[in-house]
Design a protein around this ligand. Structure first.
Ligand SMILES: Cc1cc2nc3c(=O)[nH]c(=O)nc-3n(C[C@H](O)[C@H](O)[C@H](O)COP(=O)(O)O)c2cc1C
Length: 221
């Protein structure tokens, strides 16, 4: 009778045992994936930070300011011109305490593959100190000519301002403007040019606050 009973119960036991093995296996797999994901996102964050620091130093090299840019950061929140989905870090460059330039984060969603993240350096006089793309998904070899390693295009912003070129010049040549498009790729440079001009407009509208001007300085500016 006992033998018969154990025979009857054994299929149930093996189902239970297999379920347990499967459960343990599933938990281990989830754990391994979570571990790998954690490591990967940490590496991506570290790489993005490294790129950001390099971009800051390229836009405003050490010899142009006497403060530590990384120690002189502040948050900006703007969706109308900078198109920031969340508040983001900006930086002030100083000489003897006076703000001589700012580096603003800017986003455009109009890239060929959507979002492109930029850093836009603007001197106190409203001239561009430099622009760098710090994050994008544009097509390699076609839509990524804004990268320093791929050419000089990104330097075409240096020294430009809202007045130079005039508003109609702030477009790619195909649209009647002054900025080259990329060979076979107009969408990306069009988006970047507009994003940079929008950052200049933001600077113009918030100049006193960004440069930490006194009321008197602001009224003369
Ligand atoms: C697979 C593929 C990838 C492309 N990637 C880009 C890109 O990253 N940036 C871009 O501006 N255009 C890209 N293009 C080209 C655009 O579709 C478009 O033809 C080009 O930007 C010219 O735009 P326009 O007609 O507004 O002048 C890509 C086209 C293909 C077929």
């Amino acid at each position: 009778m006992d033998k018969d009973m154990s025979k009857l119960l054994s299929p149930g036991r093996s189902v239970l045992r297999n379920s347990l093995i499967l459960g343990v296996f599933a938990i281990c797999t989830v754990g391994v994936i979570a571990f790998i994901q954690q490591g990967t996102s940490e590496r991506i964050a570290a790489e993005q930070q490294r790129m950001q620091m390099r971009a800051l130093n390229e836009i405003l090299p050490h010899d142009q300011h006497d403060n530590d840019l990384l120690e002189d950061s502040f948050m900006v929140a703007d969706q109308s011109l900078l198109h920031l989905p969340a508040p983001a870090t900006a930086w002030r460059a100083r000489q003897q305490g006076q703000v001589i330039a700012v580096i603003l984060p800017a986003v455009t969603l109009d890239g060929y593959s959507g979002r492109i993240d930029l850093l836009v350096g603007i001197r106190a006089n409203g001239e561009l100190a430099g622009v760098r793309v710090v994050n994008h998904r544009e097509t390699p070899g076609l839509g990524d000519k804004f990268e320093v390693a791929k050419g000089n295009w990104i330097f075409s912003f240096d020294g430009k301002s809202l007045e130079l070129p005039a508003p109609e010049g702030w477009a790619v040549r195909k649209d009647g403007g002054e900025f080259d498009q990329f060979v076979g790729a107009t969408i990306t440079p069009r988006a970047v040019v507009q994003a940079v001009r929008n950052a200049l407009l933001y600077f113009q509208q918030h100049r006193a606050e960004l440069l930490q001007l006194t009321d008197q300085e602001a009224s003369h500016g």
